[in-house]
Design a binder for this molecule. Structure first.
Ligand code: SF4
Ligand code: SF4
Length: 340
């Protein structure tokens, strides 16, 4: 099985890691079965977060007996030292461990640094000194913050959205991380559900020796698909290259990645799906999006109060209300009979 060295952390992890966000949606038993099957098949990197409700508990329940054989990354959204320590202690308790291999600031709107007044980087250093944190990382969706983190020299890993729809600027981050000997952890390897064939994504990721993709896994069949691709690496053939190029052509430009950072919406609009509905109904089975429940959710778009909260929070700089209106118009037309 291929491995990746996570930059100057020196940690060597299986090329494909387990993203523990989706295990929030399944039972403890189902999560344990998935996590233990992954571990038994050679996956040794697990990424979770304090904000993923019970994801850390499930990881602790399933794999604490092999703690020294796995690498755990988790995250805190803390912007004060008090919150930082509360989160760290809670994560350690839930993970049933006394250290985190990589502790990451979770998508902060600024790049935490010593002396910035927040005190959180100092708290991180103290946690490292105490041995509760082995390596310091940061996750982000904003290019500017990611670049600052790389240039600061303060971080050992960067976690950033990265998949075969990557722009030149995203590619530049991977190159800079390599240059600075920082680990690069790729989230959103399937672009939040818009890319729907694991083997294309895995073949593409395999081209980057310093990139560690983490795949959000919820169902046994998803895990088996990834494990099969790991056991029998997928070659980057002309056929795969052509299909990637077709997806890139179809999904270029401003589109919603489904990250949900703009939510909640005061009008109750499920923005992370509603703002990309045109893509979802064309790239995945459409029927689940035309239920009465979904029609009602989409109708909330007419109740948008144009508060612009979503616009100010979207890390991709999208004009979300406009995107929602366009998606709703298309949705209504398809509902009325326009062919997909
Ligand atoms: S502008 Fe509209 S869609 Fe965006 S948060 Fe406000 S109400 Fe919701
Ligand atoms: S509109 Fe922006 S912030 Fe909201 S889900 Fe889409 S990409 Fe994420």
């Amino acid at each position: 099985m291929k491995t990746v060295r996570l930059g100057r952390t020196g940690l060597v992890v299986s090329k494909n890691g387990f993203g523990c966000l989706p295990i929030q949606r399944i039972s403890d038993q189902e999560a344990a079965a998935l996590l233990q099957r992954a571990y038994g098949s050679g996956v040794n990197f697990y990424d979770t977060a304090r904000m993923y409700t019970d994801s850390e508990n499930k990881l602790g329940l399933a794999l604490s007996h092999v703690r020294d054989k796995i690498i755990i990354a988790t995250k805190t959204e803390a912007v004060t030292p008090e919150h930082f320590w509360a989160d760290l202690e809670e994560s350690l308790r839930r993970l049933k461990t006394d250290y985190v291999d990589i502790y990451q600031f979770h998508n902060p709107s600024f790049c935490p640094k010593p002396g910035d007044g927040s005190g959180v980087y100092e708290a991180m250093l103290e946690a490292k000194r105490q041995g509760k944190v082995r390596h310091i990382g940061i996750t982000n969706h904003r290019l500017a913050v990611a670049k600052q983190a790389i240039e600061s020299g303060l971080y050992e890993t960067l976690q950033f959205p990265f998949n075969y729809l990557a722009t030149d600027q995203d590619m530049e981050l991977v190159r800079l991380c390599k240059e600075k000997d920082m680990g690069f952890i790729a989230m959103k390897g399937m672009s939040g559900g818009l890319l729907n064939e694991a083997r294309l994504s895995i073949a593409w990721m395999d081209q980057f020796e310093n990139v560690e993709p983490i795949w959000g896994i919820q169902r046994p069949e998803e895990l088996e698909e990834f494990l099969a691709c790991m056991e029998e690496p997928v070659a980057m053939t002309e056929e795969i290259r052509g299909r990637i190029e077709r997806d890139r052509a179809q999904l270029s430009g401003d589109f919603c990645r489904g990250c949900g950072y703009c939510m909640p919406c005061p009008a109750g609009i499920p923005i992370n799906n509603a703002a990309r509905m045109s893509l979802l109904i064309r790239r995945s089975p459409a029927a689940p999006y035309f239920t009465q429940e979904w029609q009602e959710k989409m109708a909330r778009i007419d109740q948008c109060i144009h508060c612009n909260h979503c616009v100010s929070k979207c890390p991709y700089g999208l004009n979300t209300p406009d995107l929602l209106a366009r998606n709703y118009q298309d949705y209504k037309e398809v509902l009325a009979g326009k062919p997909l």
